[in-house]
Design a protein around this ligand. Structure first.
Ligand SMILES: [Zn+2]
Length: 153
């Protein structure tokens, strides 16, 4: 792993931590208010843990984690009273949705592609070219003229 990739991964993990804290904050006060304080503390700990695990899994496996918001809700709903379930489901959907959007943006920017080389060109739509560059080149076959014009400059 390159230093640059490691830095990106650390940054991503820090961001995912922010998202899991945000989800936790939005629902922690809905945890069964009539439970014993010790039980409530334990429930809070479990909810926070589940939020973090969901975010970690999402960061590690963004392509294959189907419906992460529903998975998280299923894992934590037992800590909330019936009357709070709808609100918890909504908060989880919002919070996980924001994290998924963030991850997708990172993927699109090529931050998480595991170091696979990508053509350096930008497509006409303004997105990074996703094609593989020619061996020992920075550009793919359709953008190789860019390399030549740079070399000439
Ligand atoms: Zn290209």
């Amino acid at each position: 792993m390159t230093v640059q990739m490691e830095a990106q991964l650390v940054q991503l993990q820090a961001c995912m931590y922010q998202y899991s804290r945000a989800i936790y904050r939005s629902i922690k006060d809905l945890i069964d208010p009539y439970a014993e304080p010790a039980v409530q503390l334990e429930s809070r700990r479990s909810v926070l843990e589940q939020c973090e695990q969901t975010m970690e899994r999402l960061a590690a496996d963004p392509h294959y984690f189907a419906k992460p918001d529903r998975a998280l809700f299923q894992d934590i709903r037992r800590f909330f009273p019936i009357t709070a379930q709808a609100q918890v489901a909504w908060a989880v959907k919002e919070g996980v949705g924001a994290a998924v959007t963030f991850i997708e943006e990172q993927l699109e920017a090529g931050a998480l592609d595991g170091g696979v080389a990508r053509c350096r060109a930008t497509t006409r739509k303004g997105k990074p070219c996703q094609r593989t560059p020619l061996p020992e080149r920075d550009y793919c076959p359709s953008h190789q003229h860019l390399e030549r014009s740079l070399a000439a400059a």
